[in-house]
Design a protein around this ligand. Sequence first.
Ligand code: AMP
Length: 285
Amino acid sequence: MKIIKSIKLLRKEIASLRKKGKTVGFIPTMGYFHEGHLSLMRQSVKENDVSVVSLFVNPVQFGPKEDLSRYPRDMKRDASLAAGAGVDILFAPSVAEMYPSELLTHVHVDALSDGLCGAFRSGHFSGVVTVVAKLVNIVLPDVMYLGQKDAQQAVVIKKMIKDLDFALRVKVCPTLREPDGLAMSSRNIFLSPTERKEAAALSKSLRLARQKILKGESDASKIVSQIKKLILDETSASILYVVCVSVADLKPVRRIEKDVLLALAVKFPSARLIDNEIVTIKKRC
Ligand code: AMP
């Protein structure tokens, strides 16, 4: 696996691969890899001639009071895990390489960026789609792999790709979980042992809600209340949001008649966690 830190060198490498007719899969990440990241890498390796992973903790998507400086980093371990997953190129630029001068251009996806996490993290999705637009422009992949774990992020990025006619396909891959159901996340290491135990309640609440919907409950507010109650009963976290929204446009749903996204964010004293579940509705007769 090649580790490349310069945009110029990466472009040269990709151009030469393209000349040979190679297809390119791309996985944007902020590093500190876990099985969730590795599953995206393996999927790309399976489906493309060449797989490129970017490792860049993007300062533009962090708010002033967020955890940019303490975001976990371990380049050596990440490089060895990516190589083990079959990745060909690890692109790990510095902040100065990505933002050599003051950034005056931002990509913003209206409406889809405003609710859910966007309501609590002002400017976050603008920072995400701006860096993804830059990375896609540098790597020029055929396919980009994203995780369902970050459901809103996937919806926002897909809309940007569509609206701006970027020539690539996006594949959203399933959320990988710990044995007790907790969605894998680089931030899980911040959790205290008690918080880590309690955090299993997040996926549990979503799973139970899903079962209730599949058994016929169609009142979204009841489902949301049940999720909130279970989290408040079983954890010390404060709830930032729990929503039941349309999968396509993230708009709140009152009656559950089509596929919905149940999504939540909570704040433990040590870390902010998100999780979600898509519930596919078979036509009721
Ligand atoms: P991050 O490094 O957290 O920015 O994540 C990089 C990519 O990995 C994003 O597309 C995430 O949605 C995806 N990802 C993060 N956690 C998981 C997980 N538990 N399962 C699957 N994909 C994930």
